[in-house]
Write a protein that binds this ligand. Structure first.
Ligand code: AMP
Ligand code: ZN
Length: 114
């Protein structure tokens, strides 16, 4: 997916503020944070959305969900966090590469978009 912005971030072609990386997954801070802590977790493999994930992607999805807890804590979420996966046009997804939003930090923070 040569035109995909998140594929380019995964490949390091576009700079990002990475908080985690391994052979399958990258996590980086959201460019327009909606909370004191706001980062995204993406698969390096291009998957357009949760609606496009295949059964064989489920171990990867499970790993990404498991990472939310660890990375949220590392990023300073001491009292919980919110996980959001916007999916498809009616799900409000703007970037067509599957990503998990992790939001947290001390309240109050803007809630209207998530
Ligand atoms: P969604 O509406 O769920 O597709 O969310 C896309 C998110 O990606 C938004 O919160 C954007 O702020 C974020 N975003 C877009 N481009 C970048 C980028 N280059 N680096 C970091 N975050 C980005
Ligand atoms: Zn992609």
């Amino acid at each position: 997916m040569s035109d995909c912005i998140f594929c380019k971030i995964a490949e390091g072609e576009i700079p990002s503020n990475k908080v985690y990386e391994d052979d399958e997954v990258v996590a980086f801070k959201d460019l327009h944070p909606q909370a004191p802590v706001h980062f995204l977790i993406i698969p390096k493999k291009h998957i357009t959305s949760l609606d496009h994930a295949q059964p064989e992607d489920e171990p990867l999805l499970g790993k990404m969900l498991g990472l939310t807890r660890r990375l949220a804590r590392e990023q300073g979420c001491e009292n919980g966090f919110r996980v959001v996966i916007n999916t498809g046009r009616d799900g409000g997804q703007e970037v067509p590469h599957l990503h998990i939003h992790v939001l947290g930090g001390p309240r109050p923070w803007k809630r209207n978009e998530f």
